[in-house]
Write a protein that binds this ligand. Structure first.
Ligand code: B3K
Ligand code: ZN
Length: 891
């Protein structure tokens, strides 16, 4: 396999200034004609041949300045050694492709009888020969020709220039995109679709047309996507002064798609999952996901499209920044400070569930990787979510206004360019001279270069006679693949000091003249640093790393009493939640280590949970987060040697105890949090529904334990007659999660109700794949069910959403059912990876990553896992995608 290295970057030998493309669309054989205006790059080493990327193309013709020209093939490339007029010439290429055979869904493919594209990262080369790299930016003019009856809608980037009728029932549409763009942002659609339309006038006073295209019959599920798009346009103008730059902005939904969505210029293509929603078919979470992904893709128009990446190592330049922007958008949309905190907690849960394990496993890599084999393997939680944390830390170090100044400078300097992560950090720092960021910029950028999650160790000592509190902060970071030694990071530590009565103490360091408020950001730059606070008149508990102000583990040694104090009193809601999670986690870890399955939850913990649940002023959404035990995978991350079964047993038993001991409180919570007004997917209503559904899960769990039919019956009734999906699915989850007898009829009923709705059926599959494995006898039940579901008439490996729901749900989302001593889960995994790899390498590669952390498993799981990985490795014809993952796992 060829390893691509960041240090080998070279500017392209040629630029492509303009592209004229013509597509004669046909599922079996589409003809692509491409006219490229090419110029030699005077700043690159001279005398190089022109090497165009191309994959799975049938070449029909090559002309240079109208004449034939000699060319040759290298693997994946078409080489022209002697262009006719070496400094500037026109190349005309004609080739054929077969969209209906494209099961990898990269390049031009068919789905539901229409044509769609996906070009990021390197899909354009599967459409025609090109300099398929992000630093080559060209102005595209595209003509689409197709059968009018089958493909009445023909869309491309930019503005529609003309539409004409052709002979033989065909028609033609010509599009022009005035903004130079890299090939990965190219898109076309040819399909039978309908659109919801909305005209808007922006703050800047310009009129625009917004469109959301879906299949006939789905129009009534597009209102939320359109509302989210309008909100995104308004938000980017208000918060960052960035306006929509095209007359027309389109979103197109497609049922077969490898990821969530794609930010093609003016023509975003979306997985239906992130477009279609009605209260009857989508949960609050689905509604939230749509708002967040619509925002994310829209925000890419500036951070990604107007300024793009110089090379794929810089992927986080656009992804980390755009995730940060979509997180801020969602927080602003949530509204209240408490709802914002809920958003942040949710983001941090995601970071810890996906990125922290990645950073500790076989695929650990820096936010700006140094090498890759297959770039599609690097659309990771590290590049996205940790990348967003790096941007967030910059914003913390320069402040909200300072960050806005930095963004303004970034656009002033680089609009229209393909740049690097260094350019971004430099702009933010230069706009904020005198900030902690500009003072430590080179060191700060280690966040881009070093992999692994650092640990922040903290120790606080109170000295009553001198009324001082000395906080010593120390940082460490474990080695990761290829990086034995780590240098200290710049770690912003947002903090406060809380006393026994819950007072937030004024914070004054000994070298300062006066306190600076009750919350501040300490900046740790050395390996160890001490901060001495003065005029501290009582014992305090340090509340550190508020809002997770840096993506690190915290080891502050706080005991139960201190954590309870923070849970009850911390002014920072994030750390309040964190204290509750840590109380639970400590108990879980103790039970796991001492193999004391029956570990009884102590009264102090139960009482603290009850106090939060019954609290008169806390939000329901926040309560739901506090009352939810840390996930099994998060617990696993804290163990040196992981026994997923054991963790599962402990968590399940704790869940039962909380269900039993808070029984009366859960009934109260259920009754008090029913939503009776009309459905709105907002923070307030969804919080109430989330808490009511958690209550129902607990009530059904307890009912199954005590053989009480009432709550099981209530849940079943809800599955039958709930007015919307959040409650219906919540009830179904409660029954399945408790192994209630009514779970089976409820699943059958649910399937019958939604048999025609692919996205709902996906939920039905994934719920069963992620169902908790029964404790004791009955182990193996989930895998048997998953295998049976693969024979279900609704199942297909070819649809990524369906494959992810069942196989991904099981391998990634159900550790106790997946990691089995008899290796059955691993055999299933290896079979599916091989089977999927022949169809769609990107999807196979994601499933392959379920084994990232095999090395941390307890025996005999570890050896069994290695055998399974070796079995995949032994297959000669693996895709580069899966080969890279498997090779790294075995290294
Ligand atoms: N930029 C795309 C992801 C492309 C993935 C290619 N394998 C979606 C996004 O991050 O917005
Ligand atoms: Zn993105």
């Amino acid at each position: 396999a060829t390893v691509i290295r960041r240090e080998d970057y070279q500017a392209p030998a040629f630029w492509i200034r303009t592209v004229d493309l013509t597509f004669d669309l046909d599922p079996a054989k589409t003809i692509v004609t491409s006219k490229l205006r090419i110029e030699r790059n005077p700043n690159a080493p001279q005398g190089q041949a022109l090497k165009l990327d191309g994959e799975e193309l049938t070449l029909l013709r090559v002309l240079a300045d109208g004449d034939s020209v000699s060319f040759r093939h290298e693997p994946g490339q078409l080489v022209i050694d002697n262009p006719p007029a070496p400094d500037s010439f026109t190349l005309e290429i004609r080739n054929a492709i077969a969209p209906e055979k494209n099961s990898a869904l990269s390049g031009l493919y068919t789905s539901g009888g229409g044509f769609f594209t996906q070009c990021e990262a390197e899909g354009f080369r599967r459409i025609t020969y090109f300099l398929d790299r992000p630093d080559v930016m060209a102005v595209f003019t595209v003509t689409l020709r197709a059968d009018k009856h089958k493909y009445p809608v023909l869309l491309c980037n930019g503005n529609l220039v003309e539409q004409t009728e052709l002979d033989h029932g065909r028609h033609c549409a010509k599009w022009h995109d005035p903004f130079p763009k890299p090939s990965y942002l190219f898109a076309l659609v040819g399909a039978d679709l309908v659109a919801r339309e909305q005209r808007i006038r922006t703050r800047a006073g310009k009129d625009h047309l917004l469109q959301v295209y879906v299949r006939r019959g789905d129009l009534d599920k597009t209102e939320h996507a359109m509302n989210s798009l309008m909100a995104s346009v308004a938000w980017d103008e208000a918060r960052f002064g960035l306006s929509l730059d095209l007359e027309r902005f389109m979103i197109v939904a497609v049922g077969d798609f490898n990821m969530g969505a794609m930010e093609n210029k003016g023509l975003n293509i979306f997985n239906t999952k992130y477009v279609l929603a009605s209260p009857a078919t989508a949960t609050d979470q689905d509604f939230f996901g749509i708002e967040s992904v619509v925002g994310h893709e829209y925000f890419h128009n500036w951070t990604g499209n107007r300024i793009t990446c110089r090379d794929w190592f810089q992927l986080s330049l656009k992804e980390g920044l755009t995730v940060y922007r979509d997180q801020e958008f969602s927080a602003d949309m949530a509204g209240t400070p408490s709802a914002r905190a809920v958003r942040r907690i949710d983001d941090v849960r995601g970071l810890r569930a996906a990125q922290f394990p990645e950073d500790a496993g076989a695929m650990a890599h820096p936010v700006r990787p140094d090498s890759y084999v297959e770039i599609n393997n690097f659309y990771t939680a590290t590049v996205y979510e940790k990348g967003a944390e790096v941007v967030r830390m910059m914003a913390t170090l320069v402040g909200r206004d300072g960050f806005r100044r930095g963004m303004d400078l970034y656009f002033q300097r680089h609009d229209g360019q393909a740049v690097t992560c260094d350019d971004f950090a430099q702009a933010i720092a230069d706009a904020n001279p005198g900030s902690a960021l500009s003072a430590n910029l080179a060191q700060f950028k280690r966040w881009y270069a070093q992999a692994g999650t650092p640990t922040l160790h903290a120790e606080g000592i109170y000295d009553a006679p001198t009324q001082t509190f000395t906080l010593t902060l120390r940082q460490t970071c474990a080695p990761s693949p290829g990086q034995a030694e780590k240098h200290p990071y710049v770690i912003p530590v947002a903090m406060g000091l809380v006393d026994a009565e819950g007072r937030a103490l004024p914070l004054q360091l000994e070298e300062e003249d006066a306190p600076t408020g009750t919350e501040r950001v300490l900046v740790l730059t050395d390996g160890v640093q001490a901060f001495r606070f003065v005029n501290i008149d009582a014992e305090v508990v340090p509340s550190l790393l508020r809002g997770l102000s840096a993506p690190v583990h915290l080891r502050d040694g706080l005991d139960d009493a201190a954590l309870l104090q923070l849970l009850n009193h911390d002014h920072d809601p994030f750390n309040r939640w964190e204290a509750g999670q840590r109380l639970a986690l400590n108990r879980m870890l103790q039970a796991v280590e001492h193999r004391a399955a029956e570990a009884v939850l102590d009264e102090a913990f139960v009482a603290a949970m009850r106090a939060v649940l019954r609290h008169p002023t806390l939000d329901a959404a926040f309560k739901e987060l506090v009352l939810t035990l840390p996930s099994e995978s998060y617990v696993a991350e804290q163990c040196a040697s992981v026994d997923p079964q054991r963790i599962h047993v402990v968590r399940e038993l704790m869940r039962r105890q909380l269900a039993a001991r808070l029984h009366a409180d859960w009934i109260w919570a259920w009754e008090q949090h029913q939503v009776r007004e009309g459905y709105r997917p907002d923070a307030q209503q969804s919080g109430r529904r989330a808490l009511a559904n958690l209550a129902l899960r607990n009530l059904v769990l307890h009912a199954v334990e005590t053989a009480d039919p009432v709550w099981q019956g209530r849940a079943y009734q809800r599955v039958k007659d709930a007015a919307q999906m959040t409650d219906r699915f919540g009830a179904l989850e409660a029954l399945v999660g408790a192994h209630a007898q009514l779970a089976e009829p409820a699943l059958a009923h649910f399937h019958a109700l939604f048999a025609d709705d692919a996205l709902v059926i996906d939920k039905w599959f994934s719920l069963q794949a992620m169902a908790p494995e029964p404790i004791g006898e009955g182990a193996g039940q989930v895998l048997r069910r998953v295998k049976a579901l693969m024979q279900h008439p609704d199942f297909t490996l070819k649809n990524p959403n369906r494959a992810r729901s069942l196989i991904g749900g099981f391998c990634h989302g159900n550790p106790a059912a997946f990691h089995r001593a008899d290796a059955a889960g691993y055999i299933y995994w290896a079979d599916r990876v091989l089977e999927l790899d022949a169809i769609n390498p990107q999807i196979a590669s994601r499933i392959a990553r379920a084994m990232d952390r095999w090395n941390h498993l307890a025996e005999p799981l570890r050896s069994a896992a290695r055998e399974a990985i070796k079995r995949v490795a032994a297959k000669p014809e693996l895709s580069p995608d899966v080969r890279e993952i498997i090779t790294k796992a075995l290294e």
